[in-house]
Ligand binder design. Sequence first.
Ligand SMILES: N[C@@H](CCC(=O)N[C@@H](CS)C(=O)NCC(=O)O)C(=O)O
Length: 206
Amino acid sequence: MLVIWGRSNSVNVQKVLWCCEEMAVKYKRIDAGAAFGVVNTPEYRNFNPNRLVPTIDDDGFVLWESNAIVRYLAAKHAAGSLWPDDLRTRASADQWMDWQQTTLWPAIRPLFMGLIRTAPDKRDPRALEESRLKTAEVLGILDTHLKSRTYVAADALTLGDVPLGCALWRWMALPIERPELPNVQRWFDSLTRRPAYKTIVMLPLS
Ligand SMILES: N[C@@H](CCC(=O)N[C@@H](CS)C(=O)NCC(=O)O)C(=O)O
């Protein structure tokens, strides 16, 4: 049985859970991280020395880093669908997964942490506004890309949509002003029609 450690409100844990739900892979989830603790226990640190979530144990094979986990699970269970057969389609999905980690998430993280995880009197309005503007700017890149594609890497959902879809929910659910991004909006609307996205990702932000 696949075991997934991580609290269900974590953007990185949601990538793994959503992916499993799309593939109908059974798993057991164990709450860990933030208020749940666990990540600082010697047992968990043995699994994941970063003390972060998610971590998986797939019949004795331990893996951390959410995007690496999504790649592993998609390759194992969803060849030809979430894990495209075509090398270039897969490389394109990979590209957008890395972009989520290195470009989109650093842009939006201060805004998310500030508005959702910081008391109002401790917020830095300037940092929040910088983060909002930067996120709007980088999402413009995705919007241009999505002009000619239904999903991020193909005309069907692939692993490339998973990290971006989890991050985008934060952007869409935050109480902020958002510029019009018609292609991102269309793509987001299509994700919201997926039962697994609704159940796993579209949770109240916390
Ligand atoms: N690059 C890592 C980042 C993991 C990460 O930062 N996880 C956050 C939750 S989204 C975490 O563990 N925070 C500390 C905690 O929840 O205790 C990944 O993608 O898995």
